[in-house]
Ligand binder design. Structure first.
Ligand SMILES: [Zn+2]
Length: 180
């Protein structure tokens, strides 16, 4: 069963959860739910249908902070945001959020992510790295965020309808999660 890591806005937004996996969130994200009232009741319903509250390993949290520092967005991420990214990394799960800063960090760490909109959870990864020069799409962010073909900066772009990445992958250490 795949893991879905849910952010607070998703927990409270009344959206349909994906049914084909297990759901998790973090104590930091749960702490953003105000006690009493509608939000707390909705959160209790999530717990009743199987939401698990977990913390990520410190190593995962360190990798997320490093990536956010590199991206220059550490200051825009809350404790809850960082904890959710770390949990998704730790569980090799899919992060569900509409927060663009979180989606950008997820991309940098090869964490699978999905956005949520009014019609519910969307199909696949919505953001992929794209060269701002030649327009080439990549599966993972190239080293130094530079296009391996033309050397222009590569940025995360909405990728609906984008063609499959065609750039040759440089051999590198470590394993990448597959997106199948
Ligand atoms: Zn290029």
């Amino acid at each position: 069963m795949p893991w879905y890591v849910l952010d607070t806005s998703l927990l409270l937004g009344g959206k349909d959860p994906p049914r084909d996996g297990s759901w998790a969130t973090t104590p930091e994200a749960a702490a953003e739910v105000s006690p009493g009232g509608k939000d707390a009741r909705r959160y209790d319903q999530w717990l009743a249908i199987g939401l698990q509250v977990r913390s990520a390993a410190d190593t995962a949290r360190d990798r997320v902070e490093e990536a956010a520092l590199d991206a220059g967005s550490l200051g825009r991420l809350s404790e809850a945001d960082l904890s959710l990214l770390a949990l998704a990394l730790d569980l090799k799960g899919t992060l569900l959020t509409d927060d663009h800063t979180m989606l950008d960090i997820a991309l940098r760490l090869s964490i699978l992510s999905r956005t949520v909109n009014s019609s519910g959870i969307q199909g696949t990864l919505d953001f992929r790295p794209r060269c701002t020069g030649c327009g080439r799409w990549f599966d993972t962010m190239p080293k130094r965020e530079e296009c391996t073909v033309c050397g222009s900066p590569v940025k995360a772009k909405p990728s609906r309808g984008a063609p499959a990445a065609s750039a040759p992958k440089p051999p590198g250490p470590g394993t990448r999660p597959t997106r199948s």
